[in-house]
Design a protein around this ligand. Structure first.
Ligand SMILES: Nc1ncnc2c1ncn2[C@@H]1O[C@H](COP(=O)(O)OP(=O)(O)OP(=O)(O)O)[C@@H](O)[C@H]1O
Length: 266
């Protein structure tokens, strides 16, 4: 199978500190790839380089066959991204937010309505398109962000912590939308998450980064076998010696996640 994303010897230095240390990996077209690591491991720095926000110190990135450093426009047209931070205009309707994004991405005017409808239908928001975003729930906002990232027909979707801050039911609904996008539309998904059980449930392949190096990669089964563990969470702990969810998380994230764990138990 072809690789939609291919990364070779990718390195990022901030002055004399090396945040990403020559990592290499491939993402197969049509797969779900989870990029995991404790806080400060280098995930955000890597995603920023993959999405052309940050210039690598050295290394190669090919997205959809394009050199992400030399063919930036083509590379950018090939991916959609949902960052952790909300970037919707709350004072506009869902539909207006979609139009705004379609214009920025230069979707031809004639195509706009059709593509917006398709994207909103995928996340189950077409019937709610006239609603103001400020009146949307957290889960609806996240679904709208995913729909928005699809409007220029990307080949690969980057999702940075797509379910953080959402309750368990909403998290399930987000995952089912992501899975159907992958299975039914063949969209490649590259995601980060702090929820090991969610990564285990959805990802075809996983890479674990720590201190700027990829310390393990493969399918969940391969990783569990090699680490002689029963779950991805256990494998992660064994490999990094840390709990992904509690290690130096910003206080607000810890609170959200601990709250969720309590709710999960109740
Ligand atoms: N602009 C910068 N200047 C200097 N150091 C930086 C900069 N950005 C990130 N770093 C450092 O690089 C390392 C990797 O950071 P990065 O944000 O990529 O980690 P992360 O794995 O995404 O963590 P998190 O899960 O908290 O988002 C950290 O030690 C961080 O302090």
């Amino acid at each position: 199978m072809q690789n939609i994303l291919s990364v070779k010897s990718l390195t990022k230095k901030f002055d004399d500190f090396t945040a990403v240390k020559g990592i290499s990996f491939d993402v197969e077209t049509g797969s779900i790839f989870a990029f995991l690591g404790p806080n400060g491991a280098g995930k955000s720095t890597t995603i920023k380089m993959l999405t052309t926000v940050l210039k690598p110190t050295s290394g190669e990135i090919r997205i959809n066959g394009f050199n992400a450093l030399k063919e930036q426009d083509e590379a950018r047209a090939s991916f959609g991204i949902v960052f952790q931070d909300r970037s919707l205009d709350e004072e506009l309707t869902a539909y207006e937010n979609m139009v705004y994004h379609a214009v920025i991405y230069k979707v031809p005017r004639k195509e706009r309505e059709k593509r917006i409808q398709q994207a909103l239908e995928i996340v189950g928001l077409w019937n709610r398109r006239e609603g103001y975003v400020k009146n949307y729930s957290g889960g609806m906002k996240r679904r709208l962000e995913i729909a928005r990232a699809l409007v220029h027909y990307p080949k690969i979707l980057f999702l940075d912590e797509p379910t953080v801050g959402l309750d368990p039911q909403t998290r399930n609904s987000i995952w089912s939308h992501i899975k159907s996008l992958n299975k039914e539309k063949g969209m490649t998904i590259f995601l980060t998450t702090h929820y090991m059980e969610e990564a285990e449930a959805v990802a075809d392949r996983i890479a674990i980064i720590d201190h700027g190096n990829i310390i393990e990669s493969g399918t969940v089964e391969e990783i569990k076998k090699r680490t002689e563990t029963e779950s991805l969470e256990e494998a992660f702990l064994k490999l990094t010696g840390r709990d992904i969810r509690d290690d130096n998380l910003p206080e607000n994230k810890v609170r959200t996640i601990r709250g969720m764990r309590r709710r999960d138990r109740n």
